[in-house]
Design a binder for this molecule. Structure first.
Ligand code: XMP
Ligand code: MG
Length: 180
């Protein structure tokens, strides 16, 4: 049913699984001696978050933050509004931000600056997807990247179009007639 709206599969289930395993090994090494608070950014990162924390064999806490970026459906403006804040006090804590995709980098810039302002001991960023061609904020360099994708609007594995397609088990591009 969902599949008929997809023009092209960009990242298969298997490729996602490989990326999760690879990142999980790296993050296990990174955080084996420092307890980390893993912060998932709702709602896009929810599916990736569930997989990545299970690929990390370390003591960790999880928390979620929901932010909305003013702008249209396809581009963030950098003006970020907090819809749900963290419940965890970050002072002195190691923070790993988990994102679905970095596009312009504006959302992440806001969050990394906020967590540093809250005196986190360290702030690192893990994103499933990176769209480097679209970067506007040049000093946002994700520490851990699953896969790079071209400059196309993608859905699936947490990523949506008008709140739908998040439950696709792979990453794909919609047929143009769906969003036109
Ligand atoms: P910025 O531009 O702030 O945006 O780096 C990051 C947020 O924008 C959304 N985004 C997408 N969502 N398919 C989506 O479903 C895409 O191709 C896409 N590109 C950006 C996403 O919410 C991300 O957190
Ligand atoms: Mg998002």
């Amino acid at each position: 049913m969902l599949e008929q709206d997809i023009k092209e599969v960009l990242v298969t289930r298997e490729e996602i699984q490989e990326a999760v395993n690879r990142l999980g090994e790296q993050l296990t090494k990174e955080y084996k001696d420092k307890e980390v608070v893993v912060v998932g950014i709702l709602r896009g990162a929810s599916i990736f978050m569930a997989d990545i924390v299970r690929a990390m064999d370390v003591y960790l806490e999880i928390d979620f933050m929901d932010v909305s970026s003013y702008g249209d459906a396809f581009e963030s403006s950098g003006e970020v509004k907090i819809i749900k804040d963290l419940d965890t006090h970050l002072e002195g804590r190691h923070v790993l931000v988990v994102e679905d995709i970095i596009d312009t980098g504006r959302t992440l810039k806001y969050l990394v600056d906020l967590f540093k302002y809250r005196k986190a001991a360290s702030v690192q960023v893990c994103t499933l997807l990176d769209k480097p061609a679209r970067r506007v904020v040049k000093d946002i360099i994700p520490d851990y990247v699953g896969l790079e994708v071209p400059d196309e609007f993608v859905v699936g594995y947490g990523l949506d179009f008008e709140q739908k397609y998040r439950n696709l088990p792979y990453i794909g591009v919609l047929k143009p007639e769906i969003y036109q």
